[in-house]
Design a protein around this ligand. Structure first.
Ligand SMILES: Cc1cc2nc3c(=O)[nH]c(=O)nc-3n(C[C@H](O)[C@H](O)[C@H](O)COP(=O)(O)OP(=O)(O)OC[C@H]3O[C@@H](n4cnc5c(N)ncnc54)[C@H](O)[C@@H]3O)c2cc1C
Length: 383
């Protein structure tokens, strides 16, 4: 068993960390949250550093990075802010979908534009009545000559309002088909006539933000359909493993930030004439936190290693997503306890971590849905 990263992977981590330390400063991340602003400057830096290109195959102008490389980048971005990380991850997931499921012409058109930062992408599946139960979606698309016409309403689309954003919209194209079978994927510019966006007022992740989207007979050319008519669910499944693993890695990075802040505080803050970290109650909490961070990272790294080795890792990835997201919620709670009133104050970052982390057991599949999947993979027939 070998738990080490290669020299190139260590260099990748160091260089991303160095640049992000310089650019994604605590002030920058705080402003992003307070002003609810999208991190355009950082996005440009990721393009310039080759981070957008990194996970794409070389034949499409990418750098051919594997699952472990993506994990490293995700950890380093999540370490700064999970909100920030979603700007990167969304675009990479959608772009990789085009690389896997798009036609040659679609790849040739979209991938260079994604890699150069000219277009950003977001994903929109959820609806008011279709959350965990994605197949219950009602937004539909009907063919009209050489166009598709989309009508309906979507909810919670992360980053959909960013400039030059192309929303990856899942819509029903066969209303008679059984459940998930009649869904298709469309690439829709967020300024297409008939499309309206509303940024939602959420507890956390307020920079990149989540959006409600209304589609009132939105016309998109036929070549915006990816993966074939009724091929939407295949698109979802084709990227599921790498997406969940990357998200778990983003949580792991954020876990480190939470622990770093709580630990530094416990070493500095003095009560009863000594640092609070010397009280066993606090020290044990920090020891537990450190253990959870390591466990989350090991689950995630193992899953990444399996994916990079071409193995099916659905069970391991699902466990990593479940464990890391629940650890995040647990750790921010403990971090806030360790920091006392300072942790609860808007002047310190723990409250932002707290607000951003709370969504982790809900978004990208709730904890309950992860447990359902793990149990089903164990041979149980869970509903
Ligand atoms: C910050 C944030 C960002 C998001 N970004 C996006 C995005 O970019 N694009 C997008 O399409 N969506 C996005 N979502 C939506 C997300 O995918 C959904 O919130 C998630 O799938 C859950 O759906 P729901 O919120 O409707 O909850 P529901 O599905 O209504 O679930 C409510 C509760 O019931 C439980 N439950 C439901 N079904 C079962 C079951 N079968 N067994 C056990 N328990 C069950 C759930 O676990 C949960 O506890 C985002 C959500 C958040 C919070």
């Amino acid at each position: 068993m070998d738990f080490s990263f290669t020299e190139e992977q260590n260099l990748l981590r160091e260089s991303v960390r160095r640049r992000m330390d310089a650019l994604a400063t605590p002030d920058y991340c705080r402003r992003m949250d307070e002003e609810q602003s999208y991190p355009y400057e950082l996005y440009d830096a990721w393009v310039e550093m080759g981070l957008l290109q990194m996970p794409f195959p070389e034949e499409y102008g990418g750098l051919g990075g594997n699952a472990i490389d993506i994990t490293i980048v995700a950890e380093e971005l999540g370490r700064k802010s999970f909100d920030l990380f979603t700007a990167y991850s969304n675009c990479v997931f959608c772009g990789l979908n085009v690389a896997r499921k798009g036609s040659e012409a679609q790849r040739a058109w979209w991938i260079p534009r994604i890699l150069s930062g000219e277009v950003k992408m977001s994903v929109s599946m959820s609806e008011p009545d279709a959350g965990s139960d994605v197949g219950a979606m009602r937004t539909s698309a009907r063919r009209d000559g050489d166009h598709w016409v989309i009508s309906g309403q979507k909810l919670w689309a992360t980053g959909a309002g960013a400039k030059n954003n192309v929303i990856n919209v899942y819509a029903k194209t066969d209303l008679q088909a059984n459940y998930r079978k009649g869904i298709s994927l469309f690439l829709v510019d967020n300024d297409t006539p008939g499309l309206k966006l509303r940024k939602l007022d959420m507890l956390g992740r307020r920079g990149v933000g989540t959006y409600e989207i209304f589609f009132d007979d939105v016309r998109v050319p036929a070549d915006r359909l990816v993966g074939g008519e009724n091929g939407g669910w295949d698109c979802v499944l084709s990227g599921l493993q790498v997406e969940r693993m990357t998200i778990a890695a983003g949580y792991c990075g954020n876990l480190e930030a939470i622990l770093d802040l709580a630990l530094a505080y416990a070493k500095e803050r003095r009560q009863f004439g000594r640092p609070i970290g010397t009280f066993q109650a606090i020290a044990h909490m920090l020891a537990d936190m450190q253990t959870e961070v390591e466990a989350a990272k090991l689950l995630t790294w193992r899953a990444a290693w399996m994916l990079a080795s071409g193995k099916d890792a659905l069970r391991e990835i699902t466990m990593a997503k479940l464990f890391a997201s629940e650890a995040q919620v647990k750790l921010v709670n403990q971090g806030m306890q360790i920091m006392g009133a300072y942790g609860y104050s808007m002047e310190y970052d723990m409250q932002r971590y707290f607000r951003d982390a709370r969504a982790s057991t809900i978004g990208a599949g709730t904890s309950q849905m992860q447990r359902n999947l793990i149990a089903n993979l164990m041979g149980l027939k869970v509903q």
